[in-house]
Design a protein around this ligand. Structure first.
Ligand SMILES: *[C@@H]1O[C@H](CO)[C@@H](O)[C@H](O)[C@H]1NC(C)=O
Ligand SMILES: *[C@@H]1O[C@H](CO)[C@@H](O)[C@H](O)[C@H]1NC(C)=O
Length: 493
């Protein structure tokens, strides 16, 4: 009798153990010195991702953006998992649309989002040549709406304040102070209203004239108490084409240029298409110890085939997907990519004394210089345009996770492999995180104080269907029933 009872007990423990280990909540990612880290496990987080904007950036309308249709989200998340990625970047969204279900599905699949706050629509981006005409309250309200809505999802990794705004002589003369102002405004808004510190960065066209000056200018502060620095820096790099080495591609120079950077740097776009199908051999270099002490991974440009010919998949007009040869190639490389652990990173940094150490990165506040080569930084940006929004927040639907049903995870769209046959993979998302409906997280201690974000005690959850269990351990109903059954059995013996 006692033996049976012991068996049942150990079985129960094993069962409970599995249920708890297999699924956790989505851990927010934070910036610590030169690295992204998982805020719970404290392991470094390396971006292994793709850029995602089906239809191109201009396909954002009043009723559609990349995260507004759960059916296409499921279809594409199935393929994100096939590629083995952990992050996507989206260039434009419409904050008036509902993104809860797509964000919940991404979170359940273990995929993070880096989101650009601008769009090609009027009043939703800076004019690079006359930024003073577009840096205004209408524009800032749009920016804050995107920030406000997406800051409530744990799988929002960060925001891009701008993408390639500085890309020629004229824009370099005029736009830099405006980019810096938008970064500052977003950081102030997040400090005032977000439950956690969500990093804000910039995504740069990699041009030798601006590579070092622009990244340094966006990193600098006027004094040690100030925090107007970008939290991370994205580089759009297309210089490794076909078969190359660290030296022939110039990746060695890129590493050199960012060795002293005090914040995470990564490729916000990469994947030269001058040699097709793309081989993606640069991935081996990017996640090697030659690079990972300085670069935190990258995002391949881009998921869907558009007119500029960088696609991994082709979409039919009926929503069916055709995988391209580039998809197979990228999957092969990402499958073989081992992301560095904290130990690996420490060792790689220690092996090269010219790399700024993590400790120095944490302590060093780069103070702004009087001038930066090739950049105009003296333009006077209008003051205080953001202050009302920062004081009172903006009025927009706050994102929150929703409950997902079993059949939400399966796509009904046709998927064809790169030979044109029905794709043999599973059309169901693998659930790696448990997602329960949540109320939007609120900043602890009221919404308008500007004290440090810090960690949030989650608002009690009460989902659309009244299921009230976020904040407690992730135990599914099936698990609960099984546990009860075991407990009854044990009592019986
Ligand atoms: C979000 O992250 C926080 C901090 O780790 C955690 O307490 C919370 O449960 C997470 N929420 C969800 C819905 O995953
Ligand atoms: C990095 O910092 C060192 C020491 O301050 C300096 O000598 C070196 O020029 C810097 N490298 C770059 C690329 O800025």
């Amino acid at each position: 009798m006692r033996e049976i009872r012991q068996h049942l007990l150990s079985f129960l423990l094993l069962f409970l153990g599995c249920a708890c280990v297999a699924r956790g909540y989505v851990n927010p990612i934070e910036v610590e010195g030169k690295h992204f880290i998982d805020s719970v496990t404290k392991q470094p987080f390396y971006i292994k991702g793709v850029d995602y904007q089906p239809g191109g950036s201009s396909d954002v309308t009043s009723d559609k953006d990349p995260l507004s249709d759960p059916d296409t989200c499921v279809r594409d998340i199935v393929l994100f998992q096939e590629l083995g990625i952990n992050t996507i970047r989206i260039y434009s969204v419409n904050p008036d649309l509902d993104h809860d279900k797509c964000m919940s599905l991404l979170a359940a699949a273990g995929i993070y989002l880096i989101l650009d706050v601008n769009s090609p629509l009027e009043n939703q981006h800076l004019n690079r040549y006359e930024p003073w005409t577009t840096y205004n309250e209408i524009y800032l309200e749009h920016v804050f709406k995107v920030v406000e809505q997406f800051s409530h999802y744990n799988n929002t990794l960060g925001f891009f304040a701008g993408n390639e705004i500085i890309n020629d002589e004229e824009s370099a003369k005029r736009a830099p102070p405006y980019v810096k102002a938008v970064v500052r405004d977003m950081k102030d808004y997040i400090k005032a209203h977000s439950a956690r510190p969500i990093p804000v960065g910039y995504s740069a066209a990699d041009d030798l004239d601006y590579r070092v000056p622009l990244s340094s200018y966006l990193e600098c502060c006027e004094n040690v108490d100030e925090d107007i620095s970008v939290d991370f820096y994205g580089v759009n790099s297309y210089q490794w084409c076909g078969t190359q080495t660290m030296e022939s591609s110039g990746y060695d120079k890129l590493v050199e240029a960012y060795k002293n950077y005090t914040k995470p740097v990564f490729f916000s776009e990469f994947g030269c298409n001058k040699v097709l199908p793309r081989q993606f051999n640069e991935i081996e270099a990017l996640y090697s110890k030659e690079m990972y002490a300085v670069f935190s991974g990258g995002l391949v440009y881009e998921f869907t085939q558009e007119s500029n010919n960088y696609g991994l998949v082709e979409l039919d007009s009926d929503g069916a997907v055709r995988l391209l040869k580039d998809f197979d190639m990228l999957k092969k490389h990402y499958d073989n990519t081992k992301l560095p652990t904290a130990d690996d990173v420490t060792k790689a940094a220690a092996a090269d004394s010219s790399v700024l150490g993590q400790k120095d990165a944490l302590e060093k506040v780069p103070i702004c210089e009087k001038s930066y080569k090739n950049l105009g930084i003296s333009g006077k940006v209008a003051d205080g345009l953001a202050s009302d929004f920062i004081k009172n927040s903006v009025d927009i639907m706050k994102g929150h996770y929703v409950n997902l049903e079993e059949n939400d995870f399966t796509t009904t769209y046709d998927i064809f492999d790169s030979n044109g046959n029905n794709w043999a993979g599973s059309k169901t998302i693998r659930q790696v995180n448990s997602i329960d409906a949540t109320e939007p997280q609120t900043k602890p201690g009221g919404s308008s104080s500007a004290s440090d974000g810090g960690s949030s005690s989650e608002a009690s959850a009460n989902g659309a269907n009244g299921k009230k269990n976020a904040g407690s351990a992730p135990v599914s109903p099936v698990t609960a029933i099984a546990i009860s059954a075991f407990l009854i059995l044990i009592n019986f013996f």
